[in-house]
Structure formats: C-alpha cells, structure tokens
Design a protein around this ligand. Sequence first.
Ligand code: ARG
Length: 552
Amino acid sequence: MNLEALLSARLAPAFAQVAQETVDPAVRRSRQADFQSGAALPLAGPLGRSPRDIAASVLAVADLAGIATAEVSGPGFLNLRLTDEVLAAGANELTADPRLGVPRTPHPERVVIDYSSPNIAKELTVGHLRSTVIGDAAARLLAWLGHDVVRANHLGDWGTAFGMLIEHLGPADAASITDLTAFYQAARARFDDDEEFRSRSRLRVVALQSGDEQTLRQWRHFVAASQRHLLATYDRLGVTLGPGDFLGESFYNDKLAAVVAELIDKGLLRESEGALCAFPPGFTGRGGDPLPLIVRKSDGGFGYAATDLAALRYRTGELGATRLLYVVGAPQRTHFAMVYAVAAAAGWLPDGVRAEHVAFGSILGTDGRMFRTRSGGSVKLAAVLDEAVARAAALAPSAEVARAVGIGAVKYADLAGDRTSDYVFDWDRMLALTGNTGPYLQYAYARTQAILEKSATAPGPVRITAPAERALALELLGFAGVLTGLDESLEPHRLAGYLHGLGQAFSVFFQYCPVLRAPAGVRESRLGLCDLTGRTLRQGLELLGIDTPQPL
Ligand code: ARG
C-alpha cells in the first residue's frame, strides 16, 4: 500500500471541487504529522482566497473516513494523520509481500554499468573503492527493480605501459608477481633510466599491437594474473563483479579502426598537430579555444577516448542497451561529456538512449587532504580492508562477523553520503555503533533476529497499540517510496538514510515496547514488526552490498 498515493487519491477530488480544476495534492512525509499537503498554498492567488481558507474548504469535502484525520496548520498546510487501522493493514500487506511493497519498474531497460574499471598494471588502491562500491550498489539496485543489468569492468588492460611491463617480466611467469605495484614501479624506473630497455619496450609495444604471438602470450599471462588479483578482492569486498564481466580496453582493439573510419566518414574528425581530433561544439579550453577529443594520437596509436567511443558504440549498437552508466570520479566529467557529444553526433546515442556519468567525489584523510599514506603514496585497498577487519574484530564474536562488519563499515561509509561530495575516511566514525554507520544497522538487524529466535511463538498480524509501534510501521511503509525512482537518481545515500531512520525507529520501539513479555496478541504483533524490520534492513543492506551477519 502506497500511503502517499492513497491519501492523494482521497484528496484529489476535494481539491478539484474547490479549485474547479485538477490539482496534484502533493502529499509528502512530514515532521509535523504523518503526511502533509501543501497544495492549497499556490491556489491562493488564482482563487483569491487565503490558503487556510482553501485548505479548510478542501477538508470539508474530502472523504478521509477510516483512513486519516486531518487539520489545517500554519499558513495553509493540511496535516494528515493516518488511522492505526490503515497503518496496521499496510504493515500486514508488507508481511505478505516478498518484495516488501517495492514494485518492479514499469519500464525495464537494458543498462550497461561501467564500474570498477581499474588499470590492471597496478594493484588496487583506495582510489578504486568508490567506483567499485557505488557501481555495485547501482547494479544490485537496478537489477532488483527489474532492469536487465550488464556489468562492464572496463579494465585498462591495453596500451603502451604493457611494452615495458612485458619486457621487464622477460621469460618469467606473470603469476609469480606478488606485488603488482612494486613490479610496475621497477619497470618504470628501468624505463626512465635505461635507454636500451626503453627502446626494447617500445619495440615490444609495436609487437603487441601488431599481434606478435609470443608477446600476446606474455600479455595474456599478465592480464590473467591481474584478473585473479581483482577477483580475489571483489570476493572479499562482496562485490558482484565476476570473470564474465571483464570487458577491458583490449576488447575494443580490433574495433578502433572502424570506429575512426566511421567518424571520419561522418565528417566529425579533423587533424590537429598531427593527431586526429573531434571538436564537439560547446567545449572550450582555458583560452576559449575549442577543446579537442583526441581520437588518434600523432604517433598513430589510439588512446583512452577512442576506446571509450568504441565501447559506447558497442554497448548501444551490439548489446542493445538503452542506458549507459559510467561510475567514474568527477575529474573525468569533461572527458565523458565530450565522448557523449561525439557519439551523439555519430548517431550512436539515438533518441531514447541515454549515457550518464555517475560521478563521485574524492576520499579525504582526516587532515582534509587526499587520503594517502604517511609517506604520501597511494593507500593499497588490501591494506584498508585488512585494517577494517582487524579493527572490527574488537566488536565481533567471530572472524566471519569481523569480516562482515569491517568490510561493511568501509562500504557503508562510502555510500552513506551524497556521492558527488568528498568524504573523510575516518575509522572511528565508520566503525561506531551509533550514528549512520554500517555496524549500527548490522547491529539493529541482529537485534531483530535475536528476539525472533528467543521467542517461543511465531510472528502474527500487526496491530497498533503504542506510539512507537505506530512510528515503526510508518517507517516500514516508506521503503517502497524510497526505492522507487532511485534507479533514475542513483543516490544510494537516500537508501542508507532511510535504513538509518528505520534503525532509529526500531530502537525506540525496542526501548518502549517489550516484545517477549507482552500479553498474547500484542506479543505476536510486535514479533511481526521485528520480523518486518529485519527483512527490510536485510533487503536494504543487501542492495547496498552489505552483509547482515548473525549473530552479532
Ligand atoms: N581505467 C580508468 C581509470 O583508472 C577508468 C575507466 C573508466 N571507464 C571508462 N569507460 N572510461 O581512470
């Protein structure tokens, strides 16, 4: 039962009668009452009456019997308070619904989500956390709402760096590399210092690009070793990216020439300083000059932008996606805007097909600067996860629970704030058992389950006998409203904020409403509320990619 819709349906005819036209009652959740309608306010001008007067007229004719009581408040708001019967009936509908009231989207789409997408020559750092965690939450959410999700891990697995890496590896097996970052740095140092190594590396790039079998074999080993490292990390993080989702830059290698030819054909490229560039209208550099998107470099090689154009064309053309999401940091905003503009001009983003940059801010240290190691290096993701689990061990009865709490805390902290903002990586805050944190919600969930386990009787139908039950039921009934539309806005923090509010409502309920000691009937009803709260917390956290360990 959608409470907003129910109240709107009852108020709309009354507004229409008073205003002599169709009016959206604009029913919203409110602090002053359960719900509020502010629709009388903008009618004052046209009707030449005071908003309070209009609201009173609406109330006089509205049929709210059995549903809600209402009063005019403030400058002309309608404050609406649902009856306990409606709340109980709504809660019981949720109990019977495996989807907890959340409808599937009426417009399912094939959505390609480009996320995680690390450059594989280096070990994962904390810099890869956000794309991986936000992208995975988006994938879970969209799939649950009924979209057809294609996960695309656009690995940086191709390019000139592989010349030096393969050369540095020599005949050794890439599987023997234990520290990718150290390996990369050693290769880089040799490349910078050793002229002979440098020219061998360059020849190696040419060999790779021209498909030399032995070079390709070494490159493949390199990629395979990196993929194993990635899959192990995804598994540890509880991220749904699997081996079938690797769709790296190399995949588009044999498509680049055709893409460029098509762009030339469509008159979208011109030469600039030896490179082939697109100049999509409206993009200018600092001095006001048109900004180039370099599609073919002056040395003839194809770069990042060419690959993104080929990938976009593949995703809409071959995969038939109508929505493309790129979960990438905010600094690449201009890059994506230009890629979309060129793709649209080329006809690869026809009407009804959307490409969106799901941008996010940076992770800062407690000093307010970019989060780095003491020596200024990038923080390895594995080290962050190790520390998270070690710190969580203090809160957890077992290693398995420590893992869920530690990893959950890190992921939740990444998802709980507006993704476009920066956030401070603060161990104490993210692991706190109070506040808008992962551990707080995991703990709330565990409490719901502990009560259910201890009880000799099963949950029964919900009925409202106390204010805290009422407030909890109202929160539970808000789940659908929070999730509906989240597939458009892709704001996981709204779901996180909702779950936090639900956890708080449960905590008040827990404090004021004894469950196991309650008289028969009330006890089963309260168990029903515990069960529903547990299911909602678990489902919500699962959509964010956070485990609900038991016991805690
Ligand atoms: N590998 C890139 C980087 O590390 C991110 C790729 C994002 N996806 C894309 N289609 N460009 O910055």
